[in-house]
Design a protein around this ligand. Structure first.
Ligand code: G16
Length: 544
């Protein structure tokens, strides 16, 4: 039977509901799990074609990350562990939306456009999160791969960043690391332990961290990793999936958007805590002060901590490397101000979505990228890595330079450069705090966030909203940006923008201002403007 006959036959087992149209969003396809079987099969096909054209292993991760348990989704991973290229996102949408009888034609169209050599071997790595629907959906991906004669390796339950890591290890023939979950723990934990040895007088209290696993895959993986940490970090794990529902009242997205601690976690004053999201590619930190006030340290604070640490090390090592921080419109105005005016680092703003930030960060020797929601990592150019390595291996160096170079080298090894990774980011942050002898309160005090609020508005079709200037201004529907401009002028130090979500069926509203009341009022007023001008449904938003 030819491969196309096999695709035809197998696609009958994974039929597309007629008329269903789904878009490749911020991080792949994402919707209710019941609607995704055909998408998964077809992404198995697409990943196989991508593997044939790149002559490399491709990754497919079945997850809906921060979305509720009943949703699911798929993220495609390119050879170096990065998100799939924009051209292939277009193919993904075409293939996903081809009606059943048009599937072969859509497939052949891609083969022709990309001149795919169908006799080339293909290899696809597949991973999944802990959702109830993930096992069935990842089987559909595997069916897609085998229908086109590709080879697959099923990693089973892994975090999204772990799958990205495996793909990169495989395609660099092990130079980036060993393509096993065990190899991942070994590389990251060994680097973490070496970094931690540079912390003087670290008490047991300072080595303790409370982790909210969002009742997801991150919790399982933290447990698996613990023995590799050799007691250099003591983790108390909450929301480990044994009782609660995935992402429900917990996890990084809940903590960031609600600005409150997750349920199911006991927090003592001053204690360091962090939350992962549902596939462990985001992390936010927080603590409660002695008055019981909650303090959030989001992706902006993480980016500031990491870039300060790196900048200090570069100075000590005498290395002239250009460091930049990449943010999105959600970055708190205070963070951008601090980075540009106090730290004097270059700051770039891109559209939401790791793929955009990752790309921008690649333009620098060292690119630190973080979304405010805690999604991010650090990229080192090849040249920067080589300079650091040469210095670390130079035996004639004086102590301070040598120490800085070795710290930089171990920092590179603790980081998962393929994509934002909650586990890797956690280890890096813990090491930095220990080395600097810094409490979470001192970290928080580096700058003070402007009060802010994020809201969601339901509209009948969120595509009516179009944006420009890295999503900071709306170009449609008519009158919306003018309305936002007028509202913003009413408040001091205010800023607001709206954008259609690429992962949920909502429009997101962000507002910040001098006081929390002003930020709340502005967010509400902007939500009303969206509701009235962009076809709101389900009743006007109520004041907070
Ligand atoms: C995904 C993307 C992130 C993005 C988030 C929200 O995160 O990877 O870059 O910030 O969705 O996107 P949107 O506002 O378009 O819904 P995750 O962790 O859910 O995969």
């Amino acid at each position: 039977m030819s491969e196309f006959q096999e695709v035809s036959k197998q696609s009958g087992v994974h039929p597309k509901p007629a008329g269903l149209v789904l878009q490749y969003g911020t991080a792949g396809f994402r919707t209710n799990a019941k609607l995704l079987d055909h998408i998964m099969f077809r992404m198995g096909l697409l990943a196989t074609l991508r593997s044939k054209t790149t002559k490399a292993t491709i990754g497919v991760m079945v997850t809906a990350s921060h979305n509720p348990e009943e949703d699911n989704g798929v993220k495609l991973v390119d050879p170096m562990g990065e998100m799939v290229s924009p051209t292939w996102e277009v193919y993904a949408t075409q293939l996903a939306n081809a009606e059943q009888e048009d599937l072969l034609a859509a497939l052949k169209d891609i083969i022709e456009k990309e001149a795919v050599n169908m006799s080339q071997e293909a290899k696809v790595f597949v991973g999944k999160d802990t959702r109830g629907s993930s096992a069935r959906l990842s089987q559909a991906v595997l069916d897609g791969v085998s229908a086109l004669g590709g080879h697959s390796k099923d990693y089973g339950l892994v975090t999204t960043p772990q799958l990205h890591y495996m793909v990169c290890c495989q395609n660099t023939q092990g130079k980036y690391g060993e393509a096993t979950v065990e190899g991942y723990y070994k590389k990251l934990c060994q680097a973490f332990i070496k970094l931690s040895k540079n912390a003087s007088n670290c008490t047991d209290d300072q080595k303790h961290l409370s982790v909210d696993g969002a009742n997801g895959i991150g919790a399982l993986k933290v447990r698996e990793m613990e023995s590799h940490l050799k007691k250099e970090l003591h983790i108390s794990l909450f929301n480990d999936g044994s009782e609660g529902k995935l992402n429900h009242q917990c996890g990084a997205d809940f903590v960031k958007v609600q600005q409150k601690p997750p349920t199911g976690m006991e927090i003592s004053p001053g204690e360091r805590c962090c939350s992962f999201d549902g596939d462990a590619d985001r992390i936010v930190y927080y603590y409660s002060d002695s008055e019981g006030t909650f303090h959030l340290l989001d992706g902006d604070k993480v980016a500031t901590l990491i870039s300060t640490f790196l900048k200090e090390l570069l100075t000590s090592a005498g290395l002239d490397l250009k460091i930049a921080v990449v943010q999105t419109a959600y970055a708190n105005g205070s963070s951008t101000n601090y980075l540009e005016n106090t730290m004097k680092v270059t700051v770039r703003c891109t559209k939401t979505g790791v793929k955009h930030l990752h790309h921008a960060a690649q333009e620098f020797d060292i690119g630190v990228y973080f979304e405010a929601n805690g999604h991010g990592t650090v990229l080192f150019s090849k040249a920067a890595e080589e300079k650091i390595q040469q210095l670390a291996e130079n035996s004639s160096l004086i102590d301070e330079k040598k120490r800085a170079a070795l710290l930089l080298q171990n920092t590179i090894n603790v980081i998962n450069q393929t994509v934002g990774d909650a586990i890797s980011d956690m280890l890096l942050i813990e090491a930095i705090l220990a080395i600097k002898g810094m409490t979470i309160h001192q970290w928080d005090a580096i700058y003070t966030d402007l009060p802010n609020r994020q809201l969601k508005v339901k509209v009948s079709d969120r595509r009516v909203i179009d944006t420009t200037d890295a999503e900071r201004r709306a170009v449609s529907p008519a009158g919306l940006q003018e309305a936002i401009d007028t509202l913003v002028k009413k408040y001091r130090k205010a800023r607001s923008f709206v954008r259609p979500s690429g992962t949920e069926d909502v429009v997101r509203v962000y507002a910040e201002a001098e006081t929390q009341d002003s930020a709340d009022d502005l967010a509400h007023e902007v939500s009303l403007a969206v509701y009235r001008l962009a076809g709101g449904v389900g009743g006007e938003p109520k004041p907070l």
